[in-house]
Design a protein around this ligand. Structure first.
Ligand code: FMN
Length: 242
C-alpha cells in the first residue's frame, strides 16, 4: 500500500509524533510532504483553478505536484495542529488551493486518516473540518485521530494504534464504502451544475470526459438501492434549480 503523509504543522512535534505513531501500525510505502517546506504562496483568490482549470493557478507548480502524489497513493494521512480553534494557516492555504476539487471531485477510491493535535480544545471540530474537506475531494472513507496533548509528557499510544489499525485494515481491504447522504447531495450539485445551460466550461469538460455524468455516484462504488434512488431524486432536483 502507498501512503502519502501531508503534515500541516510547521513543526515536526506533536502532530508529527502522532502521525508517526499511527504510521507505525501500517505496512507499505510512505512518502512525506511537509507543507512548510513547499512554500506555497497564499491563495490570491483569482478563481482561475475553479473557472479556467487547476493548471491556470499562479501557484500550480507548487500545488499540482502534491495533488499528483495524492492521485498516486492508496491513502492519505493529513495532519494539523489546532490554531485558534481551526486548522493551521499552512494547511488551510493548501486546502484553498484545492477548492476546484469541490467542483471536480476525483479521489473516490482513496481512504484518508486525519490527525489533529491541540493543547486542550478544538481538536474534534478541526478533525471534522478536514474530514469534510477530504470528502469534498471525493475521498471514500475518512478516519480521525484527534488528541489533546496539553500537560501530557508522553503519547497515549493505545487509542492511536487502535484507530490506525482500523484504517490500515480498511486500506488493505480494497472495500469501498457507500457514501454519506451529504456526499451524494454534493455530487449531484456539481453534476447538475456541469450539465446546466450555462456551466463552468472546465467543470462540464471534466464531468463529461470522466464519464461521471452517466452515473449516480463514482462508478467504482456500488450504491445501495436507497442511496441510488436518493441520488436520482437529488439530481432531478438540482437539475431543476440550475
Ligand atoms: C498559533 C497557535 C494557536 C494555537 N491555538 C490553540 C487553540 O485554539 N486551542 C488549543 O487548545 N491549542 C492551541 N494551540 C496549541 C497547539 O494546538 C498544540 O500545541 C499542538 O499540539 C501543536 O502541534 P505541533 O507540535 O504539531 O505544532 C495553538 C498553538 C499555536 C502555536
Amino acid at each position: 500500500m502507498k501512503y502519502l503523509i501531508i503534515n500541516g504543522s510547521p513543526r515536526r512535534k506533536n502532530t508529527y509524533d502522532v502521525i508517526k505513531q499511527a504510521a507505525s501500525n501500517l505496512e507499505g510505502d510512505f512518502e512525506e510532504i511537509h507543507l512548510i517546506e513547499k512554500q506555497i504562496p497564499m491563495c490570491v483568490g483569482c478563481m482561475n483553478c475553479i473557472m479556467i482549470g487547476e493548471d491556470s493557478c499562479p501557484h500550480c507548480d507548487k500545488v499540482q505536484p502534491i495533488v499528483e502524489k495524492i492521485k498516486e497513493c492508496d491513502a492519505v494521512i493529513i495532519g494539523s495542529p489546532v490554531y485558534a480553534m481551526n486548522v493551521s494557516a499552512l494547511l488551510k492555504n493548501f486546502i484553498d488551493h484545492t477548492a476546484y476539487l469541490y467542483h471536480r471531485p476525483q479521489f473516490f477510491t482513496k481512504k484518508g486518516l486525519v490527525v489533529v493535535t491541540t493543547a486542550g480544545a478544538g481538536h474534534k471540530k478541526v478533525a471534522s473540518y478536514i474530514d469534510e474537506t477530504l470528502r469534498h475531494w471525493g475521498v471514500n472513507k475518512v478516519y480521525k485521530i484527534a488528541i489533546a496533548c496539553g500537560g501530557k509528557e508522553t503519547l497515549e499510544t493505545s487509542k492511536i494504534d487502535k484507530d490506525a489499525n482500523k484504517f490500515g485494515k480498511d486500506v488493505e481491504s480494497d472495500n469501498l464504502h457507500n457514501p454519506k447522504f451529504g456526499d451524494i447531495i454534493f455530487f449531484n450539485v456539481w453534476k447538475a451544475m456541469a450539465l446546466s445551460d450555462n456551466p463552468i466550461e472546465v467543470d462540464s469538460k471534466f464531468w463529461k470526459s470522466s464519464g461521471l455524468i452517466n452515473h449516480d455516484f463514482a462508478p467504482e462504488i456500488k450504491l445501495n438501492v436507497i442511496k441510488k434512488l436518493f441520488s436520482k431524486i437529488m439530481f432531478a432536483f438540482f437539475k431543476l434549480i440550475f
